[in-house]
Design a protein around this ligand. Structure first.
Ligand code: IDP
Ligand code: MG
Length: 167
């Protein structure tokens, strides 16, 4: 009984988000700073790899934008170099990562956010982050096989979370 309550809490509170470090960030040597921002937030990295994205996976990933004027340019851009794919985990982390990433248009992104500090153009906004808990689960599953995702303890968690947040 207690175990099922604990599992329910884990499912309720812990979230996964997909981060894509886009080609502009690769070219501008910003991979490290982006990882640093996410690490410093207290998130746990549970998967990471480099990949070249093809048309098929981009059309799935950006399906809501297929009919937009910018889609063709977006696809070309996302194919222009490899990207870094990462899965991060944290308590209710999806929305707070979106805040950390900043608004889609970097000129409107808050100072202190990744886009707000490091980017200007909407089509060169450095990073993708999942936009809901459900999208986070779906996107992580679309880009990572189960064996590429890691479950491990972080010793610092007692300094990042209260017990009810991490169990
Ligand atoms: P998001 O990345 O903040 O979730 P979305 O609206 O989902 O933003 O758009 C996906 C991506 O498409 C953006 O991150 C950006 O790279 C690109 N994009 C969105 N709107 C524009 C635009 O008006 N011009 C050029 N590229 C755009
Ligand atoms: Mg989006």
């Amino acid at each position: 009984m207690l175990e099922s309550i604990i599992i329910a809490v884990i499912i309720k509170g812990m979230e996964r988000t997909l981060i894509i470090v886009k080609p502009d960030a690769i070219q501008r040597n910003l991979i490290g700073i982006i990882i640093t921002r996410l690490e410093q937030k207290g998130l746990k990295l549970i998967g990471m790899k480099m990949a070249s994205l093809d048309e098929a996976i981009l059309r799935t990933h950006y399906s809501e934008h297929l009919d937009k004027d910018f889609y063709s340019g977006l696809e070309q851009f996302m194919k222009s170099s490899p990207v870094i794919l990462m899965a991060w985990e944290g308590y209710q982390c999806v929305n707070s990562v979106r805040t950390l990433v900043g608004a889609t248009n970097p000129r409107e992104a808050a100072p202190g956010s990744i886009r707000g500090d490091l980017a200007i153009g909407t089509g060169r906004n450095l990073i993708h982050a999942s936009d809901s808990k459900k999208t986070g689960e779906t996107e992580v599953a679309n880009f990572f096989d189960d064996h590429e995702l890691f479950n491990y303890d972080k010793t610092e968690y007692s300094h990042i979370y209260e017990d009810f947040e991490r169990f």
